[in-house]
Design a protein around this ligand. Sequence first.
Ligand SMILES: [Zn+2]
Length: 107
Amino acid sequence: MRFRCPHCNTLSNVRNSEQQSPTVTYLYVQCTNLECGHNWRVDAAAALTLSPSARPRTDVLIPLSPYVRRAALGMHMQLAPAGEHKGSGPLQLDLMDEDGPITQHPS
Ligand SMILES: [Zn+2]
């Protein structure tokens, strides 16, 4: 991996790296232009999941791209069994009821 030097725009080499956490790594970069000689650190961080891991860690939280979320929701909807609705039907409320508006009348 190479970066452009922020001062002279020369392609520069990563000389060392230190993993700080599962999602953050520090990269130490050295400019190859001898007249410049700039050395700097790049903080590389996992920013967005484009394809989910098959072996996810519970302590690693990387935001999903909107495309992954749509695909996961579509897959979930296809695989989820259809449930039988057992609701009691719509509530019929009388807003003028003396006992208050939250009264359900038998239908
Ligand atoms: Zn440079």
